[in-house]
Design a protein around this ligand. Structure first.
Ligand code: GLU
Length: 306
């Protein structure tokens, strides 16, 4: 029996330039895929917070550091009909309900004693038709939520092992009509044949929700590997204000894409200047467990690069 080789992927949100943490995660996702005989897919998560021109710059930066991908780049903005039909499928199965809560109401309700941290408390789950009509008459436009029948779910992660996390009645379509990330990621990974999801550790807590949704939809559940983030010296996630954090910032300092790859390789414990070289030596078991703390000064001085 022949089985398809599967695929890994990278899925940036085009809200600005990719920073070194994003580039490092992209390199890791590519390495995981390429060293396991998988295809590598690219997807642009462009339903929200889109900055004009950012998607193309991100793709250019990824190519400049030596990443390649297979097949067309998938853009979520082209796939609204697919998300809608998935929401319809769940609705037909009695798996959705309309939610009229404001963010504030949810925060207040979720802060109630014994409520699971940050989980939606189910306020709108049992609204009657008349109550829904009344809310609509107030001018509120509802979000659509999943009617979950679990409160937590377990996944296995290549780096974190067994991980159990909260599953609530997650949003499928937001009140402003935009399909929600947890839905689109599940639908798109399946559509692109992605069976290996490598991404930053910040997304680990969302993964039980996504795995639950994939199981509900009868979609294959990918293998997960959540990799360490890059932090600034204050232990916060890297941001633009941390200095020369993007490829173009580095190039403005006189560094080349090869210098940036070398620094990322060094942070992973390898002496390599190209992603092709890294691919020869990559061992997922050697990825450091701790985040990479990026020192603003020094690391990227041209004369310190080999
Ligand atoms: N677009 C998401 C982000 O940039 C990543 C989604 C994912 O990897 O699942 O945070």
């Amino acid at each position: 029996m022949s089985s398809s080789p599967g695929a890994g992927r990278y899925a940036p949100s085009p809200s600005g330039e990719l920073h070194l943490g994003n580039l490092r995660t992209a390199i890791l996702a590519w390495l995981y895929a390429r060293t396991t005989g998988r295809a590598f897919r690219m997807r642009i998560d462009d339903l929200d917070r889109v900055r004009p021109g950012a998607a193309q710059r991100q793709l250019d930066d990824l190519a400049a550091i030596g990443l390649d991908w297979d097949g067309p780049v998938l853009r979520q903005s082209d796939r609204l009909a697919v998300y809608e039909s998935t929401i319809e499928e769940l609705t037909a199965a009695g798996r959705t309900y309309e939610c009229f809560c404001t963010r504030r109401e949810i925060q207040q309700a979720a802060a109630a004693p014994h409520g699971p941290m940050g989980a939606y408390p189910g306020t709108c789950r049992t609204l009657t038709d008349a109550q829904r009509a009344a809310r609509r008459a107030e001018g509120r436009s509802p979000a659509v939520r999943l009617r979950a029948d679990v409160t937590d779910y377990e996944i296995t992660d290549l780096r974190h092992g067994r991980y159990r996390g909260a599953v609530d009645d997650l949003v499928l379509r937001r009140g402003d009509g935009i399909p929600a990330y947890n839905l689109t990621v599940v639908v798109d990974d399946a559509a692109q044949g992605v069976d290996q999801v490598v991404r930053g550790e910040d997304l680990l807590p969302s993964t039980p929700r996504q795995a639950y949704l994939a199981d509900l939809l009868g979609l294959p559940r990918p293998i997960y590997a959540h990799v360490p983030l890059v932090l600034n010296t204050e232990g916060k996630r890297l941001a633009k204000r941390d200095g020369a954090v993007s490829l173009s910032d580095q190039m403005a300092l006189g560094n080349t894409p090869g210098d940036v790859v070398a620094a990322i390789a060094d942070s992973l414990g390898y002496a390599a200047r190209t992603t092709a070289e890294l691919r020869q030596v990559f061992d997922p078991a050697r990825i450091p467990e701790k985040p990479w703390i990026l020192e603003p000064i020094g690391l990227f001085q041209p004369d310190r690069c080999p």
